[in-house]
Design a protein around this ligand. Structure first.
Ligand SMILES: Cc1cc2nc3c(=O)[nH]c(=O)nc-3n(C[C@H](O)[C@H](O)[C@H](O)COP(=O)(O)O)c2cc1C
Length: 151
């Protein structure tokens, strides 16, 4: 499997910039990638390939508004995505304690509940530790994508 659908949730743009850097890096590795900056259920049901979510966390552990339609679709419509490979990167800030990376937890759980296939555990990137999330996200995404070689 060589195609990746990148679904972005972002309020101020950090997760979007991170996702764009991931797209470029994956394309350089020979994958095809499409980026959805306002993902909906169609981003999953009307596409093929692996799903990579890159979302920040807002409010108190909430998903950004622009990715909420995807989450609502997954949890209300229960699409058949059994076995679909996916991964989740979430940007957050550990100073929010209990809600640290909460958006990633929500979306990871939504995919898992539908029996999609996580290639690796969720990645949380902490703004307290990492000034440039791309530095962590890009190598992680390349390694994540390598797991697709067995699909
Ligand atoms: C109003 C607000 C609420 C936030 N709430 C959380 C939170 O509950 N948990 C968390 O881990 N990070 C939280 N964050 C931190 C953001 O997830 C982090 O700054 C992220 O890098 C923002 O990415 P974005 O520019 O793509 O929106 C919050 C940030 C803001 C401004």
């Amino acid at each position: 499997m060589k195609h990746i659908v990148i679904c972005v949730g972002s309020v101020y743009g950090a997760a979007l910039e991170t996702a764009k850097a991931i797209r470029t890096a994956l394309q350089e590795e020979g994958y095809t990638a499409e980026l959805h900056d306002a993902p909906t259920l169609d981003s999953v049901t009307q596409t093929e390939g692996a799903i990579l979510v890159c979302t920040s966390t807002t409010g108190t552990g909430d998903l950004p508004d622009n990715i909420a339609p995807l989450y609502i679709g997954l949890t209300n419509d229960f699409p058949n995505i059994v076995g679909r490979p996916f991964g989740v990167i979430t940007l957050g800030d550990s100073s929010y304690f209990d809600t640290y990376g909460g958006a990633g937890d929500l979306i990871f759980e939504a995919f898992t509940e539908l029996a999609a296939k996580p290639l690796t555990p969720l990645l949380k990137i902490d703004a307290q530790e990492t000034a440039d999330p791309e530095e962590v996200a890009v190598p992680w995404a390349k390694e994540w994508a390598r797991q697709l070689d067995s699909f």
